[in-house]
Design a protein around this ligand. Structure first.
Ligand SMILES: CC(C)(COP(=O)(O)OP(=O)(O)OC[C@H]1O[C@@H](n2cnc3c(N)ncnc32)[C@H](O)[C@@H]1OP(=O)(O)O)[C@@H](O)C(=O)NCCC(=O)NCCS
Length: 338
């Protein structure tokens, strides 16, 4: 390996704690077989999902962030009032405003901090993560919590088999702090947005262009709409391209990586991307079978899986990659320091 650690303006930043949460209710493929014309066999073969978690009625995405945040704080052994900033990557906020970050701040009692939401499709957690990293690297803040969470089951049409089988609900939170002497933490990133892809994956109703009316609801504009094959092709091509470029410009090869943590939209998207990168399959993290696509929740949930499987250890180089509505693409190279 010839990793050349690029200097940062200011100081280096690292992840110091991780917490995740999925709601207890589970929707299996067998349950879906009773709702739409689909089969466990089709879903497992084409997407790789067996079950997904569903947020209970009366709760919002902020409640999932709160659970993940509490676990993250407990891992680090600090109080909510120690937080300086809360960022939330989500596409399914409790409501259009106020920001979910404000709701989370209030619910966990993080007095004295500020924060905001980041809407980046399934790259939302990654974009929030990188905003948090920059707030620490710049010297502006020392304790930034970044949540990624989505309650996708609230936004899918359970009569549309092409979307309803894909999505689940879940959340995660990481704490970003300054790195210690000798630690590397965050190394580099490559992101890209391409608004031309907006037509291929969107939720058109309820915003300022198409505010909710009986007509928009009748036209099912409050649900996720997508051109599945277009999203599939974009995700594989762009995650692989950006990842390869990121590794190359930092003098890292896939053999140097402890693991590859990708957004979990479709098992075939993950394996196709990993194959293009030449990544050995035993170091590719896949947990979509248990959770489905939780959008901004997938990367922290996959970090948890990687730790549980013994594939993410202190000192490991890790490649993160995501793609989603926008279109958006996000890749991060970091060294895991916990
Ligand atoms: C949606 C997706 C699973 C569809 O898989 P695919 O292999 O591309 O399948 P196609 O869309 O070509 O459809 C193939 C057939 O399966 C059918 N099909 C679609 N969903 C089905 C389901 N849940 N059960 C059974 N059959 C289904 C289609 O109707 C089609 O039938 P036809 O050939 O008779 O027309 C895949 O394109 C995908 O994962 N795309 C990415 C979507 C995504 O991740 N969105 C979130 C972005 S972060």
């Amino acid at each position: 390996m010839s990793l050349t650690v690029r200097p940062v303006v200011g100081r280096r930043a690292k992840i110091t704690a991780l917490g995740t949460y999925v709601p207890p209710d589970v929707l299996t493929n067998q349950d879906l077989e009773k709702m739409v014309e689909t089969s466990d066999q089709w879903i497992m073969a084409r997407v790789g999902i067996r079950e997904r978690h569903v947020l209970a009625k009366g709760l919002g995405v902020s409640d999932m962030c709160v659970e993940a945040a509490k676990r993250c704080l407990a891992m680090r052994g600090i109080q909510p009032s120690d937080l300086e900033v809360i960022l939330v990557g989500t596409n399914t906020p409790d409501m259009i405003f106020p920001a979910t970050a404000c709701l989370v701040q209030h619910k966990i009692g993080a007095s004295g901090c500020w924060g905001f939401d980041v809407l980046g499709g399934c790259s939302g957690f990654m974009y929030a993560l990188q905003a948090g990293v920059k707030l620490v690297e710049s010297g502006a803040h020392r304790k930034v919590m970044v949540c990624g969470a989505d309650a996708n089951t609230r936004m899918v049409d359970y009569t549309d088999r092409t979307t309803c089988v894909l999505f689940g609900d879940g959340s995660g939170a990481v704490l970003i702090e300054p790195a210690e002497e000798g630690e590397i933490g965050f190394i580099d990133y490559i992101n890209e947005i391409d608004g031309a892809g907006g037509v291929s994956l969107n939720l058109p109703g309820g915003g300022s262009l198409n505010p909710s009316t009986h007509e928009t609801v009748g036209k099912k504009m409050h649900y996720i709409h997508q051109d599945g094959p277009a999203v599939y092709k974009f995700a594989v091509r762009k995650m692989a391209e950006a990842s390869a470029k990121l590794l190359e410009r930092n003098g890292v090869t896939v053999a140097d990586l402890g693991c590859f943590i990708s957004h979990q939209a479709n098992k075939r998207i993950i394996t196709a991307t990993a194959e293009r990168l030449g990544m050995a399959s035993d170091r590719v993290i896949i947990n979509i079978e248990k959770y489905g696509n939780t959008s901004a929740g997938t990367i922290p949930l996959a970090m948890e899986t990687a730790i549980e499987e013994g594939k993410l250890n202190k000192g490991d180089l890790v490649l993160l990659a995501a793609a989603g509505a926008g279109f958006t693409v996000a890749t991060v190279l970091l060294r895991w320091e916990i």
